[in-house]
Design a protein around this ligand. Structure first.
Ligand SMILES: Nc1nc2c(ncn2[C@@H]2O[C@H](COP(=O)(O)OP(=O)(O)O)[C@@H](O)[C@H]2O)c(=O)[nH]1
Ligand SMILES: [Mg+2]
Ligand SMILES: [Zn+2]
Length: 302
């Protein structure tokens, strides 16, 4: 039998079958030791084959289908081992706010680079627009122009008033969607507004409290009645680019990608080289200064 992993926290694995029914499963022993690069051999979003065990009404997972993509973070800050947050994502949404807590464009760009890096299409959701005055509305328009030009769809919504939620809902339908963003940006409030009845807890849980109570926070997958899922990722500040070459970073900026073949040097870093097509596009205004600066900063840190 086949299914989709919708919960994977420690030893508890919940698999959703095609007909919507769910079954608790275990992983066949061999998987635990085979995959040493990741702390978790199985992640939500994985598609698996399992053998039902009628004695216990549970299943034994025997095969994990190859992943189309995944998003990971380092297991600990300095660790070489990573943790797969979710696999087989159709789309990643970064929930940002220009009101409290303000999301920086540096943070946005790092998220977008990570999503591109792992081949997950991404969009931005500007939440809490009910709190934006004229100044923040102008900022929203500016950012929206920059990011839409770069190839990232933007949505301006309010979980509180419901503004533009129908539009967002229609793009989520039938897909496996990841919601990420700073704690307090409104991920849980948005999921509650999109799928009434889930009653996910909202409100900021302080980082200190979180650390004290749970050492690990697991991503959760919520099913939509219109079809599709939203993966909520609590407590994840930043996804990392792990095992990434510096030379791969330019392709993670979609608006730069089209110019890459026209640089004079094949290994151009688009910083100091002569006859660089990316810098020419920057000067023509086809690559935004804000995004180019993020590129430099990410290149510098990696
Ligand atoms: N004014 C306003 N407040 C919101 C909105 N969305 C969420 N909030 C509030 O922001 C806080 C954090 O929301 P929550 O969904 O828990 O954020 P999460 O940490 O990203 O899941 C809560 O107090 C929410 O009530 C919104 O659209 N407008
Ligand atoms: Mg939350
Ligand atoms: Zn160049």
């Amino acid at each position: 039998m086949e299914g989709l992993v919708i919960k994977s926290s420690g030893s508890l694995i919940k698999v959703r079958l095609e007909d919507g029914s769910k079954m608790n499963c275990r992983l066949k022993g061999q998987f635990r030791i085979r995959d040493i690069k990741h702390t978790n051999p199985l992640a939500i979003g994985d598609r698996v084959v399992f053998e039902p065990d009628p004695r216990y009404g549970t299943g034994l997972i025997t095969t994990i289908h190859p992943r189309e993509n995944y998003i990971i973070r380092k297991a600990t800050k300095l660790s070489k081992i990573s943790h797969i947050i979710a696999a087989n994502l159709d789309h990643a949404y970064l929930i940002v706010t220009l009101a409290e807590p303000r999301t920086s464009t540096g943070f946005i760009d790092r998220f977008l680079v990570t999503a591109s890096g792992y081949y997950v299409p991404a969009s931005l959701v500007f939440n809490k627009t009910d709190l934006y005055g004229p100044e923040l509305m102008n900022r929203l328009d500016e950012l929206r122009e920059i990011y839409e030009k770069a190839g990232y769809p933007c949505y301006a919504v309010s979980a509180l008033t419901g503004t533009n939620l129908e539009k967002l809902k229609s793009v989520l339908q039938g897909k496996i969607n990841l919601f990420s963003g700073h704690s307090g940006a409104g991920k849980s409030a948005l999921i509650n507004a999109i799928q009434p009845g889930l009653d996910i807890r909202t409100g900021i849980i302080s980082e200190a409290h979180r650390k004290g109570i749970h050492t690990t926070t697991f991503a959760e997958m919520h099913e939509l009645s219109i079809g599709g899922f939203i993966v909520d990722t609590p407590g994840i500040r930043e996804f990392g680019l792990i095992d990434f070459e510096k030379s791969e970073i330019p392709r993670c900026f979609p608006e730069m990608e089209q110019f890459l073949p026209y640089c004079q040097y094949k290994n151009c870093t688009h910083t100091h080289e002569p006859d660089c097509a990316v810098k020419k596009a920057l000067h023509r205004g086809e690559v935004s200064r804000l995004r180019y600066n993020s590129y430099l900063s990410i290149l510098n840190d990696s």
